[in-house]
Design a protein around this ligand. Structure first.
Ligand SMILES: [Zn+2]
Ligand SMILES: [Zn+2]
Length: 395
């Protein structure tokens, strides 16, 4: 089959690889019909290079048609339409029983001390072949794949794999009070979807980014856009937010930026450096150096009101990052974060999407491309060119 593979920092290639096979009686094989390109795939592209091996199949936002089921699988049959959550979670361990699926104890990677495995997400997360491919092996067939109805387009359900549950959990963690104001930092796919969900839930939403077409998308759904590049020299996002919230700040902030933000040449330099070093040197450097920049997070702490909540959806990866503890303690800021426990939210979200499209998922993707165009798509997505916000590959 054909698959998108990592071949080195900044080098993705579509190559021919062996088809996946049933390895455990609980496995299913799906024929992938749509597969999302995610901001966190760009971390593999560059930052997480030390944890990649040449030839690794990437992608963690797939859906498709069940092709084959293992002998122990009872709830799925060939022909069923399924979406695959990005966490590889077993559904029956101590963590899964508590719906902490991103911490599944059956698939944790003990070598690196990390949580549940992800599809297509480096040695840090289990080294599991990913879903930007023609076929995918999915473990825990009776629990993990989300069966979806026939009828609507793939895009109606595809984002149950990551974007929808990640945004949904971010919004729940933000705990916006009734009539409250939510500040969303970043209008990439997660920030965009979180803003749409928050507006739909009746909250006032202020969205910040510096890419005009991304801000235009959330504005269409009712968020108030703030372009960082339009701020005066002496003004900050927090100033703008305080001006419109009685001087207090936002009741809650979602940081949907993480370490992919613009404008930190030093951090970018360290990331690139880590990518070029021999693996043995670079792996400890990546985990310890705290290469991510914290500008978005500092903005969140500044812009949130006293006693408010900061919900972190963007990915941070440093181990020694300085946090302003006095500000956090003095302002009584609540912080929640973590990878989405995808399967905890999919039934609730699917229940809504089966009948309706309140968040505009069917027009959410900006580009639908064949797998062969993946290398160029990664590049344009990273450079935020050509209006690329969300790419869906159709193998
Ligand atoms: Zn993703
Ligand atoms: Zn588990």
């Amino acid at each position: 089959m054909k698959a998108v593979t990592w071949q080195g920092a900044h080098e993705m290639q579509v190559v021919e690889v062996p088809d996946p096979r049933i390895e455990e009686p609980t496995d299913v094989i799906i024929k992938v019909t749509s597969s999302g390109l995610c901001g966190s795939d760009l971390h593999l592209y560059e930052t997480l290079a030390p944890f990649m091996e040449s030839g690794d199949i990437v992608g963690h936002e797939p859906m498709g048609i069940v092709q084959e089921v293992g002998s122990a699988v009872t709830t799925l049959r060939p022909g069923d339409r399924v979406v695959v959550p990005f966490n590889v979670s077993c559904g029956s361990c101590w963590m899964c029983e508590r719906q902490l699926y991103s911490q599944c104890e059956t698939t944790q990677t003990h070598e690196h001390g990390t949580g549940a495995s992800f599809f297509g997400y480096s040695k840090l997360y289990g080294h599991v072949p990913g879903g930007q491919a023609e076929y995918l092996r999915v473990p825990f067939g009776d629990f993990l794949p989300v069966k979806v109805p026939d009828g609507p387009t793939d895009d109606r359900f595809l984002f149950l794999s990551d974007v929808l549950p990640t945004a949904w959990q971010g919004l729940k963690y933000a705990a916006v009070p009734a009539g409250g104001t939510l500040l969303v930092l970043g209008a990439g796919p997660i920030g965009d979807m979180a803003a749409r969900m928050a507006v739909h839930a009746g909250h006032r939403v202020i969205s910040v980014d510096r890419v005009p077409e991304r801000l235009a998308r959330v504005q269409k759904f009712g968020a108030e856009p703030v372009n960082l590049d339009d701020l005066g020299k002496d003004s900050s996002v927090a100033d703008v937010v305080r001006e419109t919230t009685g001087g207090r700040g936002a009741d809650a902030v979602i940081d949907a930026v993480g370490m992919e933000a613009h404008g930190s040449p030093a951090a970018a330099g360290v990331q690139r450096l880590a990518g070029l070093l021999p693996d043995a040197v670079a792996e400890p450097l990546m985990k310890k150096a705290g290469v991510d920049r914290l500008a978005a997070l500092y903005t969140a702490f500044d812009a949130v009101r006293r006693g408010g909540t900061v919900s972190i959806s963007g990915v941070y990866g440093g181990a020694m990052d300085p946090l302003p503890m006095f500000q956090l303690f003095d302002k009584q800021i609540q912080i929640r974060m973590g990878q989405a426990n995808v399967r905890a939210w999919t039934d609730e979200l699917l229940g809504i999407l089966e009948h309706d499209d309140p968040w505009g998922v069917e027009s959410f993707a900006t580009h639908h491309l064949p797998l062969a165009e993946a290398p160029g798509a990664y590049e344009r997505f990273q450079k935020k060119e050509d209006g690329v916000v969300k790419v869906v590959f159709q193998p």
